[in-house]
Design a protein around this ligand. Structure first.
Ligand code: UD1
Ligand code: UDP
Length: 377
């Protein structure tokens, strides 16, 4: 093993920060040398800085400032920026999270530079290759040396794609670790007061390209949200991606509908904790509502997180079906099919991941291919 090995985490977008925080904390506790590379994929203070503050993440060792662009332009900028920074720091292991373009780029760069990698949230599949995230997941898992699965169904998907079982570790869900840590701070009252909401209300987050990029889809969705707002007040902390298209489609402040900037992590989850209903197309929010026991309607034809349906409060809906589903969810409350939370969603995923990484850095329990690579690093 290299003396005092360095672990680098590549983070770029809002959900990455939430997933990485418990891993960074747990590695810190066992004394592993580490650093964060922020790609700058998300850069608005409310999409980035507020998460570092709320989650207690350390300052990045570098911020590549790649910003926005088409998939090709953004990914190209990420590849160029990440290659330089990885060559400069020569890490023993690079850890990537989730399914965003920063994750894909980091995996490609490291594979070509023969730098070992670990993927947190491996094996999730929507089986919908029209989603950019699904492409990123498949490529990332194919190239990662260590695969950290958050949910049991991931194990069979990874096996089907030929992953060596020695590379795969079922560790639980670090996004849920972050939620556990934040729970004592999740008080709905102050954010409700600031926003002027009280009693029963719904929270909606919408940013999937399939929902917000096409004017016709955006119009259908907005109509459905307006119909929900006739039944219950709706607060929409709006992701910058959907801002213009959804406004053009008629999503604007009116009675019972509050359109606001994205909220910081603690404010957002506090608002969700006090909500009677969540409407979303987010990945992470499906998981967080399951954990908080808040009914969630996901406006998507599929989910890479089916466990939130079988073990949680999540239901998939079409835009046309949303108003009736909202009515039913408001009447039914938070009953779940199994009555049990998903396995290992216990707040200890970060320490499990850190233990595997520490053992890997020592050279224990490795597959022959990974051992060979680790010795070279
Ligand atoms: C990205 C991820 C998506 C994830 C989401 C989390 C990819 C392919 N997509 O989508 O999987 O669910 O992050 O939030 O990686 N923008 C700003 N300010 C910012 C960031 C973005 O205004 O700080 C605007 C820009 O107009 C930009 C657009 O949002 O073009 C989209 O940003 P981008 O990072 O490309 O994708 P997201 O839709 O955020
Ligand atoms: N989130 C937040 N403020 C908001 C909306 C979401 O803090 O206004 C948090 C949410 O609690 C979750 C993460 O952002 O932890 C999910 O990010 P997003 O929905 O953007 O991405 P996805 O999970 O769909 O990839």
């Amino acid at each position: 093993m290299r003396e005092n090995p360095l672990v680098l985490h590549v983070l770029g977008a809002r959900p990455n920060f939430v997933k990485a925080a418990p891993v960074v904390r747990a590695l810190d506790e066992i004394g592993v040398r580490q650093g964060i590379i922020h790609t700058g994929q998300h850069y608005d203070a409310l999409m980035s800085d507020v998460f570092f503050a709320d989650l207690g993440l350390p300052e990045p060792v570098a911020n590549l400032g790649v910003g926005s662009g088409s998939h090709a332009k953004q990914t190209a900028a990420l590849l160029v920026g990440l290659e330089d920074v990885v060559l400069e720091h020569r890490p023993s292991l690079v850890v990537v999270y989730g399914d965003v373009n920063s994750t894909l780029a980091a995996i490609l760069v490291c594979a070509k530079l023969h730098i070992p990698t670990a993927h947190v949230e491996a094996g999730l599949r929507s089986f919908d290759r029209e989603m950019p995230e699904e492409v990123n997941r498949v490529v990332t898992d194919a190239l990662s040396d260590i695969l950290f699965a958050t949910s049991p169904e991931a194990l069979s998907y990874l096996a089907r794609e030929g992953a060596d079982p020695e590379r795969v570790h079922l560790v639980g869900n670090p996004m849920i670790d972050s939620l556990f840590s934040a729970l004592p701070k999740l008080d709905p009252a102050p954010v409700q007061e600031r926003l002027g909401v009280s009693g029963r209300y719904a929270v909606a987050t919408l940013h999937r390209p399939a929902n917000v990029d096409d004017p016709e889809s955006a119009r259908e969705l907005v109509e459905a949200v307006l119909a929900v707002a006739e039944r219950v007040p709706v607060v929409v902390p709006l992701h910058p991606r959907g801002r213009q298209r959804l406004a053009d489609a008629g999503l604007m402040d009116r009675e019972n509908l509050k359109i606001i900037d994205p909220l910081g992590y603690v404010d957002f989850l506090s608002l969700v904790r006090g909500a009677a209903l969540v409407v979303t197309d987010s990945g992470g929010v499906q998981e967080e509502t399951t954990m908080l026991g808040v009914p969630c309607l996901t406006v998507r034809p599929n989910t890479e997180r089916p466990i939130t349906v079988t073990h949680g409060t999540n239901r998939l809906v079409t835009p046309a079906g949303l108003p009736a589903a909202a009515e039913k969810a408001l009447a039914d409350g938070s009953a779940t099919p199994s009555g049990e939370l998903p396995p290992l969603w216990d707040g200890a995923a970060g320490p499990r991941i850190a233990r595997v990484i520490a053992a890997w850095l020592r050279g224990d329990n490795l597959s022959p291919a990974a051992q060979g690579r680790n010795r070279q690093s």
